[in-house]
Design a protein around this ligand. Structure first.
Ligand SMILES: C[S@@+](CC[C@H](N)C(=O)[O-])C[C@H]1O[C@@H](n2cnc3c(N)ncnc32)[C@H](O)[C@@H]1O
Length: 231
């Protein structure tokens, strides 16, 4: 097996290896022997590691782009908005491990089917068919989260993100917002748009770090924020 090294305390259960002469990311698999999207599996004794493709997952892209932390920890309860078929959800489930839980929310029936198949093998993933904007309905189905992740590629994604952080993110909890520039405004240059998003976030929450995700995800950026204690 090629040598893997842990990325460090701020990136639990995430490992760095090499594919040829390029760096590659892996997460320690929660369910050995069960790939999700045809990713490479590496065995080391009883443990197994799943390759994490940065061109298929914005969180992996941000790590490859050198983000200082992603905020999610082992044992965290996660509210994941915009789960799609569960590619990134499955790696987040690896990161939080057996003691963690991932509420995986999406509003599309089509992707929910694939998400259900993935979750069948992963008891810590709870698929929820719901609009991320319908926080009244969400409140009936989820509990407070240590970590909120949102990747819904919608025009008013910053507003929806902050609303969910207000309602569901624990004090001192971290959250990640993935921004697709073209979903917000096709007429604006992505960099200009990211500056606007940064200002909007900073007015309400502490922005810990952010990265543009090119070349892995063109015209996308990812923001990591932290909620301070409620007064
Ligand atoms: C870019 S994909 C997410 C990819 C996924 N995060 C990953 O990395 O594997 C965006 C997803 O958000 C979902 N979505 C869009 N608007 C939503 C909303 N308001 N509530 C819930 N899901 C939404 C779409 O159905 C789609 O599956």
């Amino acid at each position: 097996m090629p040598q893997l090294s842990p990325l460090g305390q701020k990136f639990p259960n995430i490992f760095l290896g090499r594919k040829g002469n390029r760096k590659a990311l892996y997460t320690k698999s929660l369910v050995p022997g069960e790939p999700v999207y045809g990713e490479e599996l590496l065995r080391d004794g009883k443990s197994e590691y799943r390759s994490w493709d940065p061109s298929r997952s914005k969180l992996a892209a941000a790590i490859m782009k050198g983000i200082s932390q992603i905020g999610v920890r082992e044992g965290d309860y996660v509210l994941y908005l915009g789960a799609a078929s569960g590619t990134t959800v499955s790696h987040v489930a690896d990161i939080v491990g057996k003691r963690g839980l991932v509420f995986a929310v999406d509003m599309a029936y089509r992707t929910m089917r694939d998400l259900l198949f993935m979750a069948e093998k992963r008891p810590t993933v709870v698929p929820i068919l719901c609009d991320a904007n319908d926080t009244k309905e969400l409140a009936r189905r989820v509990c407070l989260a240590d970590f909120v992740y949102m990747d819904v590629a919608q025009k008013d994604q910053v507003r929806i993100f902050l609303k969910n952080c207000d309602l569901f993110l624990k004090d001192e909890g971290f959250a990640v917002l993935c921004v697709k520039a073209r979903s917000i405004d096709v007429t604006k240059k992505p960099k200009q748009l990211y500056r606007t998003v940064l200002k909007e976030l900073e007015q309400r929450i502490t922005v810990v770090d952010h990265r543009e995700l090119d070349p892995f995800e063109k015209d996308h950026a990812l923001f990591v924020v932290k909620r301070s204690a409620r007064r």
